[in-house]
Design a protein around this ligand. Structure first.
Ligand code: FE2
Length: 428
């Protein structure tokens, strides 16, 4: 592109993607894919819901049919902690596996990433967790291979290099992030999502839309200072032309198909587009990065556990990830508008599939609010169990996510976050 002209700004960006196999019925080729990775003994990570739905046993059969040994670990937790991940990692170490398969939502895939990490390089979970919460140790080399098979259309975890975990003692959500955590391959099969309830579809789909919108609107990569060495280049690099393509397509799909996937779970075309959209957005945000709505989502999901979402197993109250993110998105993008009006207009256009001549700071927020209403999202932060008195705590929690907030196109201080959260109590 161009050199930095002596400004000390970044001139380089990277784009990496998981090789994906996509299409209705693609999961039937799981055994063939595992065999091709040269693996003879597999730890299959899943969660009880996906096992009960019959998906995990079916994938197991496909893999065993290739003469590969499979042991199932079905205790991936919805909100993984260092302890729950350590349990999976211990299983991985003791089982002496040479490869991993994840079948489930983001948490199953993240659990498998961490299991592969510890099984390959040893150590404890907290050694690798991002500093300052953990020691921030980098994996010294590639991990044993992981095949990721998502069963929700949301996190894009099959395409990303992070594993997210809750650290209840420090009241913070953080993660392990390194390019070696990226799964070796992914199989994206829309038929696996047909039974997903409308509420889950809504939350996951809105997460996809936010991944794509936040990435597209993130501070451009060449506005960052140049790192001292390639090792210090952050995983979230900021908006760049290639990430824009992936995010842009995901925005188109989200705007066009999410309503349909929520209204009719058996609409295979809509399910397929949302699932593909999740992977596309995963690649986009794996390069560019997410910022304000995701930073606010961590404390919204982490501080209170009172909300009981419909459509999810009611064993414990929690805020589904996508909903914790979308509730502050309208106010966040109203705040960031002045930093890049033209790009905000583009996001609004891609979501609606229409040309918008006269956009202002309310255009994109209003389009997002209409989408939220149409797919039954919560009205705002208040509905999730918070009121004005909680704003201080929520701001404090969001400020801990500096890793994300540095990607905001407009510099964001505590007062700004407080204003965004206040405006997000009720979006309509
Ligand atoms: Fe997300």
């Amino acid at each position: 592109m161009r050199d930095d002209g002596g400004s000390g700004k970044e001139t380089i960006f990277t784009l990496e993607a998981t090789p994906l196999k996509y299409g209705p019925g693609a999961s039937e080729e799981a055994g063939w894919e595992v065999a091709r990775m040269g693996v003879g003994r597999v730890m299959l990570v899943s969660d009880p819901g996906v096992v009960e739905a019959g998906i995990t046993p079916r994938i197991r059969e496909y893999i065993e049919a290739e003469g590969i040994e499979v042991e199932v670990f079905e205790r991936a937790h919805v909100e993984p902690t260092a302890d729950s991940l350590q349990e999976a990692a211990d299983f991985a170490v003791e089982g002496d596996f040479d490869g991993f398969v994840a079948v489930g939502g983001g948490t199953s895939i993240d659990t498998a990433k961490v299991s592969a990490l510890i099984a390959t390089h040893g150590g404890e979970i907290m050694d690798y967790v991002n500093a300052p919460v953990g020691d921030g140790r980098k994996p010294p080399g590639p991990l044993k291979p992981l095949l990721a098979i998502p069963t929700t259309a949301g996190t894009g975890a099959e395409a990303t290099t992070v594993a997210i975990l809750d650290v209840p003692e420090q009241r913070v959500k953080t993660g392990i992030s390194h390019q070696f955590l990226r799964p070796k391959r992914g199989i994206v099969d829309p038929l696996l999502t047909l039974t997903m309830p409308p509420e889950v579809t809504s939350s996951c789909g809105l997460d996809v839309v936010c991944h794509a919108a936040e990435s597209f609107l993130s501070k451009p990569y060449d506005a960052r200072p140049k790192p001292e060495s390639p090792d210090e280049r952050p995983p979230y690099q900021g908006a760049n032309p290639i990430a824009d393509m992936w995010s842009g397509k995901a925005l188109e799909y989200g705007g066009k198909y999410l309503r349909r996937a929520v209204a009719d779970g058996e609409d295979v075309e809509a399910r397929g587009a949302m699932m593909l959209g999740a992977s596309l957005a995963g690649v986009g945000f794996g390069s560019a990065g997410v910022h304000i709505p995701h930073a606010c989502a961590y404390p919204i999901a982490g501080l209170k556990h009172e909300y009981r979402p419909a459509g999810y197993p009611d064993d414990h109250p929690f805020v589904p990830h996508g909903w914790s993110v979308i509730v502050t998105a309208p106010a966040a993008f109203r705040f960031t508008y002045s930093a890049a009006p033209e790009r905000h207009r583009r996001v609004a256009e891609m979501l609606t599939g229409e040309r918008i001549e006269n956009a202002d700071e309310d255009t994109l927020p209003e389009i997002l609010i209409r989408l939220m209403q149409d797919v039954g999202a919560p009205r705002g932060v208040r509905e999730l169990g918070y009121d004005e008195e909680d704003i201080g705590d929520l701001v404090e929690g969001a400020m801990k996510q500096q890793r994300l907030l540095v990607g905001s196109p407009r510099e964001v201080a505590e007062d700004d976050l407080a204003e965004i959260l206040r405006a997000s109590m009720e979006n309509w």
